[in-house]
Design a protein around this ligand. Structure first.
Ligand code: MRU
Length: 324
């Protein structure tokens, strides 16, 4: 499933806001169009945003690349992958290298990283396991395989049968619209549940592990990921279920000491009140708070799995040793 296509010098994205009902590719033609595509979640998921931002800046930087970079970076502040990719393109520009080659390298490297993350993740699972996931950290959110869903997709290729429970993931329903869609397409057994059902599934003994992606890992192992994930981590700790965070090594940001230092994107209230309803589900004057991410405390995380291996607590020490 190609969420981002670069063909004969032209950039296309699969519009994820139209899934699962319509599979429509849109050609990107301007920096403003790319900014909007990120902002509106037509392309989303931390690694995919990075890949897309690399191509966007390489193709449409105009005559002021620093300003264009700053503009793109402001589209979604939480995930580190966006600035990671645009910083690489800027560096390539300053050293006179081909920007498109750099964007393609970022894309190719992500495929390789996702494959390795998936292999490490799969080594922790068993055939027949029940897996809970939140949001979407599969191929739509990355390049291939995914991070949080990667072990499941790779496992399917190797003959494993998993039973996946996908939280619907309020308010933007990435679990319902995207995770269940892509796992169905892969022939992986998936059951969609509401976010508030996770505790019941765990209590019933149906969940052997929780797998999620990540948007930024702080130096102490606190992790920003999709809103609601920290609640799932608290439940997993309560029931003694391993909670695994999966992402490329570049998601670990040693310049961010703890989760308190991560900037959390806040989104429009209409995503809660009107977006997926025929009629508004709250009065126009009702106040809403709509943060896109929350921070999972490092004490709730069993292991952080990157393309370089599996890191266990204490994260402050082990992340540095592991990634140096
Ligand atoms: O707001 P989104 O849909 O971009 O959020 C996606 C997530 O939170 C993912 O879990 C995260 O980006 C990791 S993607 C592999």
């Amino acid at each position: 499933m190609d969420n981002i296509k670069f063909e004969s010098g032209r950039l296309f994205i699969l519009d994820q806001t139209r899934l699962p009902n319509e599979e429509i590719y849109i050609e990107m033609k301007s920096l403003e169009g790319c900014f909007e595509a990120i902002k509106k979640l037509m392309v989303r998921g931390a690694p995919a945003i990075g890949i897309f931002a690399g191509y966007s800046l390489a193709l449409f930087h105009g005559n002021n690349i620093e300003k264009a970079k700053e503009y793109l970076d402001s589209a979604r502040p939480t995930a580190v992958n966006l600035t990671y990719a645009t910083t690489r393109i800027l560096k390539a520009y300053k050293s006179g290298k081909s920007l498109i080659d750099e964007a393609i390298a970022i894309h190719d490297e992500d495929i390789e990283m996702c494959r390795k993350i998936s292999e490490y993740g799969l080594s922790l699972l068993h055939d027949g396991d029940g897996i809970l996931t939140h949001c979407n950290a599969g191929e739509l959110a990355t390049s291939k395989y995914g991070t949080g869903l990667g072990p499941l997709i790779l496992g399917k290729e190797k003959g494993y049968d998993f039973h996946v429970f996908s939280d619907e993931t309020r308010p933007l329903l990435q679990g319902a619209r995207l995770t269940s869609y892509e796992l169905e397409k892969r022939g992986i057994d998936v059951t969609l549940i509401c976010d508030n059902m996770a505790s019941l599934m765990m209590k019933k003994g149906l969940i052997n592990a929780v797998l999620v992606g990540c948007d930024r890992v702080a130096a102490n192992g606190d992790v920003a990921n999709k809103i609601g994930t920290s609640g799932v981590a608290i439940l997993a700790k309560h029931y003694g279920i391993p909670f695994y965070v999966l992402g490329p090594y570049s998601t670990v940001d040693f310049d961010t000491p703890t989760g308190d230092d991560i900037v959390i994107e806040e989104r429009d209230a209409n995503e809660i009140k009107t977006m997926f309803y025929e009629k508004p589900m709250a009065l126009p004057e009702t106040k809403c708070f709509n943060p896109a991410f929350d921070v999972t405390d490092h004490s709730l995380i069993t292991a952080i799995i990157t393309d370089k291996g599996i890191v266990y607590p204490p994260f402050e020490k082990n992340l540095r040793e592991h990634l140096k």
